[in-house]
Design a protein around this ligand. Sequence first.
Ligand code: WTA
Length: 656
Amino acid sequence: MSQPTIESILQENRLFPPPSDFAENAMIGSMEKYKEIYDKAKADPEGFWAELAESELDWFEKWDRVLDWQPPHAKWFVNGKINISYNCLDRHLTTWRKNKAALIWEGEPGDSRTLTYAQLHREVCQMANVFKQLGVKKGDIVGIYMPMIPEAAIAMLACARIGAPHSVIFGGFSAEALRTRLVDAEAKLVVTADGGFRKDKTIPLKAAVDEALQDNHAPSVENVLVVQRTQEKVQMEPGRDHWWHDLQAGASADCPAEPMDSEDMLFILYTSGTTGKPKGVVHTTGGYNLYTHVTSKWTFDLKDTDVYWCTADVGWITGHSYIVYGPLSNGATSLMYEGVPRPANPGCLWDVVEKYGVTIFYTAPTAIRAFIKLGEHLPKARDLSSLRLLGTVGEPINPEAWMWYHKVIGGERCPIIDTWWQTETGGFMLTPLPGATPTKPGSATLPFPGIITEVVDLEGKPVKANSGGYLVVKHPWPSMMRTVYGDDDRFRRTYWEHISPQGDQHFYFAGDGARQDSDGYFWVMGRVDDVMNVSGHRLGTMEVESALVSHPAVAEAAVVGRPDEVKGEDVYAFITLEGEYDASEALENDLKQHVVKEIGAIARPAAIQFTDSLPKTRSGKIMRRLLRNLAAGQEVAGDTSTLEDRSVLDKLRSGA
Ligand code: WTA
């Protein structure tokens, strides 16, 4: 099994129309209906979004302008006043949903908890008051570094409630990665836990926070709030560190949601790009609330009877938009799971489906490929008949994995939604609507209503059907990122300057290559920049290179993604050493560990190849294309005439 190649997907012509019983009960139950909505949105995007903003969300004050577009900056629902925590919680309390399960949580060691909307509201209000008591004011940034426990969602919603933007940092990131993110955002408060459970180990989160803050290296941080999860002993610094449960006990549950300007920042989420430094993607309130709400509602075809489970971590955008905000804004039941398949219980995910009668299951292709490896006896031994809809996200799905998902997990009765989107887009951009869109294994199909996508060349001209090109979005949408935190110039350069369309058009360039087939379906081919996709996680090659060169032994490093059966790609590093160091297995391990320390285990190189020199052009640029071929064990393809020293290639091939 491997990543889809142009050849494999060009031959992919199986078509799966929505099952008729699904379509009959779906919100959008036919292609005619999709087209009608799509065309209406295309003809008048502002009118389309305004109508939905009015009917789907509660506003404290209405906007006076739907869209203010000064490329590349968009403002949506200008001067509207809204609070996403209100839309996710308070408004459900006046309906029968008050005592409906908002979050169902299953812990790794087998503990579990269900929070109804009323209970979740109460805890969010208490924490919002705790944050205030710790000096957090509207506009102050709060770092959240948590395991997958309900408190992570509670902390996010509490931030949103008082207008303190959150910056969630994935709990798998190292102390060093945490520190750079806290410093960049000048976070005032950090919310964490003593630790988290991961497979059969615990992850010492609080210790990592201590290390990040050590010697006043993140001087903006005034307080640390710690959830007791693993019960392991942690150091608590008096005056700075506080236990969550202690402060919660004394906190009032009365905390009205702060009316926020529609364009007030809701959160920052750091993501990898083509330079060494991760960028803080900024999302704002009103547009993000609307877009995640509507995409959740239509794409998951959410019903009040659904038990919806997205397996992502809240540390990524998928967790933000489709565990917390989108589903809760709809009053849905969202399931959170702390565990992952582990040798002691490789079928644990299917146990969770069976235990709670999960109806919608949303995961990543890398997880599906891992399930295939674990064997179909595991899902077959559980009752998965509650499932009615499956989804995937994070990387292109290879048609074999799609077919396995369809047959073994979906019992051939569940539509599959392959959703293409990004941290930057806030919500789904290309996706089937499950009651309407006939699906093709490996294609994210068609744009969501209101989204105008195209595959173009560098001049912004559409390429012919079935030819490869750059995937762009041609019209602003409500949940688009607003800027890179603290670096608007980088925002312009990264997303808006690669493609130069004629006239005064401005195309958002996602960084992905794609093609459109003769039915207009989009096939996303993967990144065309120096971003790797390792187990569905984004990692910049430069980010890993800067981690490597910060080790004293390393003179130069070049990192590429190497195709991997399960992970999609893994990290492969070519390294030249400083004169006084010799290549050895011990040094190789030391360098791998160094990357784990600088970034986190997700970035650990799978392989390191020591070499005397790297292939470069005459102007000194490393030729990654050649290295990618070498890492994959392929013949070096394409033009090598710009290579400065051709003998380098032979040496690398022979492993020298
Ligand atoms: C890739 C994750 C193909 C893509 C939501 C994108 C996909 C990057 C798909 C964003 C998909 C995500 N098909 N590729 N369905 N979904 N990608 O920011 O390369 O972590 O640019 O957001 O993942 O990753 P991010």
